[in-house]
Write a protein that binds this ligand. Structure first.
Ligand code: ATP
Ligand code: MG
Length: 483
């Protein structure tokens, strides 16, 4: 995985303890809040009931006293009923205030006939009412009783309301909250440790043998699956590497035997003077072949490491025409027409030698984002094969075209073709259909493997159609977003 694909991990992850703490505390806090609200509501109602009962008891007592008093002396008696917390108002039948003990030193003089408690008292003998005071957070309760002479005696008392009830609960509530926080922290720490303990002692070698929680089973299954996958990959990787090393050694051995054989002949003086030049030529061509082989191996190893690193999001974010480096590779917009014509030019002597004609048909300005070097090696290998496995007088047609969203490069030859059973295998490393023949023609079986890796590197698809009668076509299909 290339480094630039790794997501940033500097985000802070909350600990299990703090997560549990937050949950417990939140639940406790909400519960407490609801409790406090309900309690103050109940409290307010109880206080209200108590106050009204108190007022009515006092009123009954006063009415008894007044009944036993002469009408004329009643007015004199009124002030004796009033206390600091109890306001006494005497109202005549028309609502005029006959006496008022007042509130905070203010005495009422206006007509009281429209007060609900007074109206109720006229109607049914007694009436109560509750009004918010001008002072915030206070409620005044009224109790009015009609006397036998038609006048009304009204008692009033002021009481703190819900707000003050809440205020009273504030300190205990805060104390409970602090205690809750402490307990929550304690529980959270213990719980987190308990939950984490079995996870910390997991047997990672055999994930499925662990007995943890039901909820952890998917995780354990995934671990097991990954473990198996890694093991299989490692095994496969080892096998591929072994095979590759064996193949490389084998491929190098043949030219080396030839080289050392002729060199030995020349060194020992057994070679005739007129043969020396011929032998040197053979040594030179084998050495050249080895050089090509080593170059191919290097390309394949490099592509192996960088396999398909074109991610969609990167393609999207790149600006057209700007070149960048990926590893050692320069990534830029490559003109396939120009690239193909360069390859064909380089292969002209090779084509002449095989008596094969090569043509190029291309729409101009078909650009593909990628590495010029790798793409060039891909096209070169395809054209080289098309010439090498052709018939004398045959032809090769290279075509670059836009097909719907894609850019397609295809190389078609009129050569010997590939039998259906080999058509997949030709992309394997060191695979050659006809070992002896291609050995003579100089092939090592790495060309199409390079093509396959190069296509994967560019996120392109490969297709091969071939028949021994008509020849072979290999197409490289570049996805739209690789352009
Ligand atoms: P190298 O390309 O490494 O020099 P090579 O040509 O033998 O060697 P590949 O290019 O990988 O190796 O091809 C593998 C085999 O597939 C070839 O040996 C040949 O038998 C067969 N092949 C490839 N291209 C064609 C083609 N256009 N027509 C017929 N056979 C082909
Ligand atoms: Mg080849």
């Amino acid at each position: 995985m290339p480094l630039d694909k790794v997501a940033p991990t500097d985000r802070e992850v909350p600990s299990l303890t703090s997560r549990i703490f937050r949950i417990i505390f939140l639940v406790a806090f909400v519960t407490e809040l609801i409790c406090v609200l309900v309690m103050s509501l109940i409290l307010v109602q109880a206080l209200e009931r108590e106050k009204q009962t108190e007022l009515s008891t006092e009123a009954t007592a006063f009415v008894q006293t007044l009944k036993a008093t002469d009408d004329a002396k009643r007015a004199a008696l009124m002030p004796s009923f009033a206390t600091k917390n109890l306001r006494v108002t005497w109202i005549d039948e028309q609502g005029a205030v006959l006496y008022d003990s007042g509130i905070d030193g203010v005495v009422a003089t206006e007509n009281h006939s429209n007060r609900p408690e007074v109206i109720a008292a006229h109607k049914s003998g007694a009436g109560t009412a509750k009004r918010l005071s001008s002072t915030l957070g206070e409620v005044t309760y009224y109790h009015a009783t009609q006397l036998d002479d038609g006048t009304v005696l009204r008692l009033a008392a002021t009481q703190n309301n819900a707000l003050s009830a809440l205020r009273g609960l504030l300190v205990p509530a805060l104390l409970v909250l602090v205690a809750t926080a402490l307990i929550a922290a304690l529980i959270a720490r213990r719980l987190a440790r308990r939950i984490a303990a079995p996870l910390l002692t997991l047997n990672l070698d055999e994930p499925l043998t662990n007995k943890v929680y039901d909820e952890a089973t998917p995780l354990l299954e995934r671990m097991d699956e990954q473990k198996r996958r890694i093991a299989t990959q490692a095994k496969e990787g080892l096998a591929t590497r072994r095979e590759f090393t064996a193949n490389v050694s084998h491929e190098l051995k043949t030219p080396l035997t030839v080289i050392s054989g002729y060199a030995e002949l020349m060194q020992s003086g057994q070679a005739r003077a007129e043969d020396t030049q011929h032998f040197a030529g053979l040594i030179f061509s084998e050495a050249e072949h080895m050089q090509e082989l080593v170059e191919d191996i290097l390309i394949i190893s490099q592509l192996d490491e960088e396999e398909a690193t074109f991610t969609d999001e990167r393609r999207g974010s790149e600006e057209q025409g700007v070149s960048e480096l990926r590893g050692d590779e320069r990534i830029e917009l490559v003109d396939l027409d120009k690239l193909a014509s360069d390859c064909i030019y380089r292969l002209t002597p090779f084509a002449d030698q095989h008596n094969v004609s090569v043509s190029l048909k291309s729409e101009p300005e078909l650009l593909v984002r990628g590495s010029k070097r790798i793409l060039s090696s891909m096209v070169y290998n395809l054209c080289e094969n098309a010439i090498r496995y052709n018939k004398a007088g045959g032809s090769v047609a290279v075509e670059v075209a836009q097909q719907k969203e894609n850019v397609v490069l295809s190389v078609t030859d009129t050569g010997i073709g590939i039998a259906p059973e080999y058509q997949e295998r030709v992309f394997e490393r060191f695979f050659r259909v006809d070992k002896t023949r291609s050995r003579e023609t100089g092939g090592t079986g790495l060309g199409l493997s390079i093509v396959k890796h190069a296509a994967a590197y560019h996120g392109a698809e490969l297709s091969l159609t071939s028949s021994p009668e008509t020849g072979t076509t290999v197409s490289v299909i570049f996805a739209a977003n690789a352009q």
